[in-house]
Design a protein around this ligand. Structure first.
Ligand code: GTP
Ligand code: MG
Length: 137
């Protein structure tokens, strides 16, 4: 299969949802091929979300993503990137479809529980940002 990258965000971790979210991910046909918990530094979060640096919420996003640990993972499935974006739902949980991870676990558009890569190219870039080569298999 193809791969995508995900992070369970600090609000999901602090609310105790790691197990439930990973269960929904694997129950939806994704295989976990890499997994760890880390606490990003401000520079890490700025670099990870650099594409959003001109957006008005960039500072808030960096503060949020460094407010606690994240769980990052590489997932494998046929059509992984698109199927995972479908599984997590819209950025704003109020607009997310019933049964999606953001509908089930997100708090708000800013504290929205989970990240999913938006292209195969970004999945590779983001996986390499979070995992050394020997951690990816
Ligand atoms: P990711 O999977 O995390 O990349 O989310 P996304 O692709 O659904 O959304 P996008 O890449 O556009 O935005 C990245 C993240 O910035 C979102 O997941 C939110 O955490 C945050 N964000 C997006 N829009 C807003 C906003 O209008 N206000 C605030 N405060 N945060 C936002
Ligand atoms: Mg995005």
């Amino acid at each position: 299969g193809t791969k995508t990258f995900t992070m369970l965000k600090p609000d999901a971790i602090s609310k105790g949802y790691i197990g439930d979210i990973l269960k929904q991910i694997t129950g939806s046909g994704f295989k976990i091929v890499a997994l760890k918990m880390t606490h990003m530094t401000t520079n890490d979060a700025k670099a990870f979300y650099e594409v959003h640096k001109e957006r008005p919420f960039y500072g808030e996003l960096v503060d949020y993503m460094t407010s606690g640990p994240v769980v990052s993972a590489i997932l494998e499935k046929e059509n992984a990137v698109d199927d995972f974006r479908t599984l997590i739902g819209a950025t704003n949980p109020d607009e997310a479809a019933e049964g999606t991870i953001r509908k089930n676990y997100a708090t708000s558009i800013s504290e929205n529980a989970i990240h999913g890569s938006d292209s195969d190219e970004n999945a590779t870039i983001e996986s390499n940002f979070h995992f050394a080569g020997r951690e990816q298999f």
